[in-house]
Design a protein around this ligand. Sequence first.
Ligand code: PMP
Length: 396
Amino acid sequence: LFASVELAPRDPILGLNEAFNADTRATKVNLGVGVYFTDEGKIPLLRAVKAAEQARLEAAAPRGYLPIEGIAAYDKAVQELLFGKDSALLADGRVVTAQALGGTGALKIGADFIKRLVPDATVAISDPSWENHRALFESAGFPVVNYRYYDAETHGVNFAGMLASLAALPAKSVVVLHACCHNPTGVDLTTEQWQQVVAVCKEKDLIPFLDMAYQGFADGIEEDGAAVRLFADSGLSFFVSSSFSKSFSLYGERVGAISIVTQNKDESARVLSQVKRVIRTNYSNPPTHGGTVVATVLNSPELRAMWEEELGEMRDRIKLMRTQLVDKLAALGAGDFGFVKAQRGMFSYSGLSAAQVDVLREQHGIYAVSTGRICVAALNSRNIDAVASAVAAVLK
Ligand code: PMP
């Protein structure tokens, strides 16, 4: 049966982690990961999460099945985070939300639903994008193309190129957009640019699919929802996948959601019924723990305030690491890395080449992705000097 099965290629980032774990140097640093670490180099367990978990343990609730679309209080809290508490869309019943297995699970539910709706659609992702976007939409049966995005010369967005790519897509193409904190580059659109992207989607009859994996990591919860709010005001129907992996530091609990904006309440009811079919035939219904914890935190004024404070601490620490890295590199005469300060979220396209990344790893024990992507959220007060010196040495 399995004689002809070929070995699948290794995931490049997980492969990097394996190499890092096997490295015996005490000074090694892993900047290849997509996880936020504290200044002590640990994945945090947020105080708000701990409190909600304790309450849950004490309640000793039975573990029946959840509804197919998940916990109602969770879905509502997700909608309010994404669209704003006073959103007219929510009042009008134009948003359908289902709990999902992380942001990845949300993307897959959305992709499977679109496949039934528009089977011949093309999916367009940014160049570059989160490495799983292409594989995920291809495995859902779509051809995947890139739209222009990153400009290595300016360390910014090739916005004219992006607009031209989008305008050239066939009608009813799916456009996957990073709602904030673009992974892997850290380079986001301005509000004015988002307005133009909305206009192109409208004019060319495209299907926007916003991927929101880092809400709260750039400027704040409300601020980071700006792109979603612009699409909400546009009158378009669109998709949003969202995740609490990072903002709640709940990576392994797989807590995310798919939200779909429709034209009216009646469409919402029909869309929800189809989304439920997709979920039912994949994994039936979502797990209880992560959704319960997040819903408890978001619906308790006290725990919510605690979470917002902790999210702010994570955001501020990332910004501090950006500033310190740029300043240290300048002091070492390694050049102007000022663009790293303007990037947002956990990642930075550092501009290092694949060959430089190899030297960084082999000679200095510092691990980064071959594209030059580094995780700024893995820098800390103890490793940042070593990282800056190593990068400076590699650039000499
Ligand atoms: N989208 C993007 C852009 C991401 O960076 C990630 C996670 N690295 C995801 C989706 C998936 O999130 P999750 O881990 O919650 O599945």
